[in-house]
Design a protein around this ligand. Structure first.
Ligand code: ATP
Length: 256
């Protein structure tokens, strides 16, 4: 099977600092990849490259046969991106914002209206659809962002910590959306720190540490090789093995 995303020797520097040190990854159609790693590991940098936001990288990235360097525009229409807490034009209402985003994807007005209404309805936001978003909670904004990333029915969905600020019910809805998207054959690249969710939704887990991939496999495969929970596997492979004493030192640092 041809990979839908092929990443070859991907490297990225910010000044002197090399934050991606040669990532090689083939993602196959219909996979849900859980892309995890400690703070600063390079997850968001990888995502920003994949969605065409960062052009200044070394290596090769091909998405559905398009070269990311030369076919950025074609690739953007194939990918849906859900960021964590992005700036949203909060003087707009959800419908105005979604209409703006839909037009960027060249969607017809009637389709935008229908999809936006259906998706906002699923998140319980219908009664807020014509209110300015400057009064919205963090979770309500995140629901609008999720809608805006999925509305154009992309083949590949890239989510960077999409559950940030969401309440328990919304987390369940997002997990169900991911399962539905998978059933529709979409490919999902899912970055998160929420190990329990990654463990449940991903059919392949890629762990990155200091800019390199240190584990790649199904949860079952990682479990056999490294430990019984994803949290433990994560701690083992990223070098933080005594987290209780780190927490203890932190609490006692302020008291003595
Ligand atoms: N615009 C930038 N300029 C300079 N350094 C940057 C920039 N963006 C990210 N970095 C650095 O690159 C490294 C990787 O950052 P990145 O945001 O990709 O990590 P991450 O794995 O997504 O982390 P987190 O889990 O904290 O979101 C970090 O050391 C970060 O400080």
């Amino acid at each position: 099977m041809q990979p839908i995303i092929a990443i070859r020797n991907l490297q990225k520097r910010y000044g002197e600092k090399q934050v991606l040190k040669g990532i090689n990854l083939d993602v196959f159609p219909g996979q849900i990849i859980g892309y995890i790693g400690p703070n600063g590991a390079g997850k968001s940098t990888t995502v920003k490259i994949l969605i065409g936001l960062l052009g200044d990288f070394e290596g090769e990235v091909t998405i559905l046969g398009h070269d990311l360097r030369t076919d950025t525009l074609a690739i953007k229409s194939l990918i849906g991106y859900v960021p964590e807490n992005a700036e949203i034009y909060d003087v707009l209402t959800p419908m105005e914002y979604l209409s703006f985003v839909g037009k960027l994807y060249q969607m017809e007005d009637a389709v935008i209206e229908e999809r936006a209404t259906r998706m906002l309805g699923a998140f319980g936001l219908l009664e807020n659809k014509d209110q300015r978003m400057d009064t919205f909670s963090k979770g309500m904004r995140q629901k609008v962002l999720i809608t805006s990333g999925l509305m154009h029915n992309p083949q590949i969905v890239v989510l960077d910590e999409p559950l940030s600020g969401l309440d328990a019910n919304a987390v369940i809805i997002v997990k169900e959306i991911l399962a539905l998207l998978k059933r529709e054959g979409k490919t999902i690249f899912y970055c998160s720190h929420m190990m329990d969710v990654v463990e449940k939704v991903s059919d392949r887990i890629v762990l990155i540490n200091e800019g390199s991939i240190v584990a790649d496999g199904t949860f079952e495969q990682l479990k056999q090789a490294e430990g019984d929970t994803l949290e433990k596997i994560f701690a083992h492979l990223t070098g933080e093995q005594n987290l209780t004493s780190v927490a203890d030192a932190f609490v006692h640092a302020s008291g003595k």
